[in-house]
Write a protein that binds this ligand. Structure first.
Ligand SMILES: NC(=O)c1ccc[n+]([C@@H]2O[C@H](COP(=O)([O-])OP(=O)(O)OC[C@H]3O[C@@H](n4cnc5c(N)ncnc54)[C@H](OP(=O)(O)O)[C@@H]3O)[C@@H](O)[C@H]2O)c1
Length: 319
């Protein structure tokens, strides 16, 4: 594994990190989860990304991870970099969602209990809250760090102007933003016009999620069908469905041809295309099996893609 420095911090993160959004819920096979954590550590993938609501149901991924940690990996805690987040719906009532100090800190305490941890390495605001003063949400992150519940603070899905303001608040408190986490892949480049330049400007680290567009960039949907064991076919996973796959079909087929001609899998093309960008500290995958994890890990430590290949991957210009 190759490691990259997170902004101007002392932290190095693996080029490939493992997220537990949909692969550690109650439907997941516990033995596969255990094997994935073990194999990830062997491969040098030491960063595990969680959130209060990962499952399904919400909380299940943290509970599963916490049990496995306690049973099998407790002696590896100091080799691991573990994150969690708060800011999406977690429990009913006025304090179970968004960015109030009440929600953020109560949720973090719940996450620590589920994961059986004394502290997390990063605590994120999972999304900006339009109705809570930014000072309050960021103040909760500062408290999380100052109280020892988290070592670092992070932000997720903040638009550039709020990200910049939040970074200033954190810096003034002596707790610079370690990481900004947002979506970036060959099918969604919306961050290029704002979030990506902003992380560079603020000298924060940058970790990008859904690098394989939830599986659309792995070849499994390249021939039009939806495999039965795929996320798009899984009714408990409402974030990817057949219509979404169909709407990207032409671009998926075009990228598959580019990958074939370059002599690599679409998975490798998609991950190496991201890792060729120096602004990116780590690429956050959501592998569901050990085999998928190993295939993704192979993208680390490679030379950047040739410029010509990078450009071929740009979406065709509208006629
Ligand atoms: N901050 C946020 O708001 C936010 C939002 C989303 C995600 N995230 C983070 O980002 C992580 C990754 O997101 P993601 O799950 O969307 O990432 P992803 O890696 O783009 O998609 C994961 C899916 O891709 C497929 N896959 C992965 N490797 C494969 C391989 N080698 N061959 C074939 N298929 C493969 C699997 O699909 P099948 O299940 O179909 O096999 C897997 O479920 C999450 O776990 C979470 O930590 C954060």
């Amino acid at each position: 594994m190759k490691y990259r420095r997170c902004g101007r911090s002392g932290i190095l993160l693996p080029e490939i990190s493992l997220g537990l959004w949909h692969n550690f819920g109650q439907q997941a096979r516990r033995e596969e989860c255990r094997a994935m954590i073990g194999r990830a550590l062997e491969l040098g993938i030491c960063h595990f990304d969680l959130a209060n609501n990962y499952g399904p149901p919400p909380g299940a991924a943290e509970s599963c991870f916490g049990e496995l940690l306690q049973q099998d990996f407790a002696t590896h805690r100091d080799e691991m970099f573990i994150s969690t987040k708060a800011g999406h719906l977690m429990w009913e009532g006025p304090y179970g969602d968004w960015g109030s100090r009440k929600h953020m800190l109560a949720s973090l305490d719940q996450s620590l209990r589920r994961m059986k941890l004394d502290y997390v390495d990063v605590f994120y605001s999972h999304r900006p809250d339009p109705d809570t003063p930014l000072e309050e949400t960021i103040g909760a992150l500062i408290t999380a760090v100052q109280s020892g519940r988290a070592l670092y603070a992070g932000l997720s899905k903040y638009p550039p102007h709020l990200f910049t303001r939040a970074c200033t608040m954190l810096r003034e408190a002596g707790i610079p933003c370690l990481l900004h986490q947002f979506r970036y892949n060959l099918l969604d480049r919306s961050c290029e016009s704002g979030q990506l330049p902003a992380v560079k400007e603020q000298h924060s680290g940058c970790i990008v999620f859904s690098p394989l567009a939830q599986g659309m960039l792995t070849g499994k949907y390249s021939h039009g069908a939806i495999p039965a064991d795929s996320r798009a076919a899984d009714a408990t996973s409402p974030f990817l469905h057949a219509e979404q796959v169909a709407s990207h079909a032409a671009e998926i087929a075009r990228l598959q041809t580019i990958a074939d001609e370059a002599g690599m899998s679409l998975t490798q093309l998609a991950l190496r295309w991201l890792l060729s960008r120096q602004e990116i500290t780590s690429v956050l995958i959501g592998a569901r099996t050990v085999q998928q994890l190993e295939q993704c890990a192979a993208a680390a430590g490679q030379e950047p893609l040739p410029q010509e290949l990078m450009e071929l991957c740009n979406p065709p210009k509208e006629q």
